[in-house]
Design a protein around this ligand. Structure first.
Ligand code: SF4
Length: 304
């Protein structure tokens, strides 16, 4: 009994399409974020840790060196020979187009890199960036635009200081779909003021727009954040593991089977995670989701 018996997972989808394992290698290209530098806001989202925040885009290791380190780490676990370069840290479209072209193409120039996953904010994907990504897709690369939405409720987005609205997300996904760029949207379960029904409504609104992939995350409380302060002052109660599993399964059941789950939980660095500690028991959470789907005699899409 494994998760992919019940859920359309990204790993299995890639395996089917490429005939072999394709792994992601995470890249930190030293980006900043417009919600930190004052362009959109200051201080960032209330849950975002800023310890590793680097305002200098040139300070990080070369993309090719990061890819090589990633290959070596993955080689200890699997025999994967193909990889996706995952530009993950902060806002990976937040620079001028020439710089973006340089760093994306550094990754694509490696023969074992089959494509890119680009993590960013919905208010940070101008047409020229989308055109660039569409041109890679036309050249046959695997391209994913990962949009952090977290909630489809503007009241929640305001409360967590996201600095963008649902309307900006709607505009971004429509512009990406026009160019045939697959979009994976991130949703957080356990945001302040939200209950299970908020997550289900967020999912419904996102699905209506034709999303191709989803990532679910539990809300982590990490050091040096506004959320940590709110938690210490008793203004926020973290989610418990059972609630997370139940809500994630409810969402999976309501997601059509052709939508790819890139992730159904996430961990945080133990050095900065304050609570809930169960977030870091990744396998226990994944097993909990699988067991719950099995117990319900259910699977992705049964309630879509
Ligand atoms: S958009 Fe992302 S990087 Fe920027 S403040 Fe929010 S969580 Fe942090």
């Amino acid at each position: 009994m494994v998760l992919s018996d019940y859920v359309t997972t990204f790993g299995q989808d890639l395996l089917k399409r490429y005939g072999e394992r394709v792994h992601k290698i995470t890249i930190n290209a030293g980006f900043t974020c417009p919600n930190r530098d004052g362009t959109k806001g200051k201080g960032g989202c209330t849950f975002c840790n800023n310890v590793s925040f680097s305002p200098n885009v040139r300070q990080t290791a070369l993309i090719t060196d990061q890819l090589e380190t990633g290959r070596q780490v993955i080689a200890k676990r699997t025999k994967a020979k193909k990889f996706l370069a995952y530009f993950q840290a902060y806002t990976n479209t937040y620079a001028d187009i020439q710089y973006l072209t340089d760093i994306y193409e550094q990754a694509l120039s490696e023969p074992d890199i089959v494509g890119l996953s680009i993590g960013t904010r919905p208010d940070c994907v101008p047409n020229k960036v989308l055109d660039l990504l569409a041109s890679y897709k036309e050249r046959g690369y695997e391209i994913w635009l990962e949009l952090g939405l977290q909630s489809a409720f503007d009241t929640t987005l305001d409360r967590i200081n996201r600095g963008h609205s649902l309307a900006e997300y709607q505009q971004a996904i429509r512009a990406a779909k026009l160019r045939n760029i697959p979009v994976c949207t991130h949703i957080i379960i356990g945001l302040p003021g939200e209950k299970r029904q908020h997550n289900l409504t967020s999912l419904e609104r996102i699905l209506e727009l034709g999303v191709d992939g989803l990532k679910l995350h539990p809300l982590h409380i990490v050091k040096h954040t506004v959320l940590a302060k709110q938690w210490r002052q008793g203004e926020y109660q973290p989610l418990d593991k059972l609630d997370y599993i139940t809500t994630a399964v409810d969402m999976i059941e309501r997601t059509p089977a052709n939508i790819i789950y890139h992730r159904v939980t996430a961990t945080a660095s133990t050095e900065i995670l304050l609570t809930p500690i169960w977030c870091n028991e990744k396998w226990s959470v994944l097993n909990g989701i699988t067991t719950e789907l099995h117990r319900r005699n259910s699977k992705q899409g049964v309630k879509a």
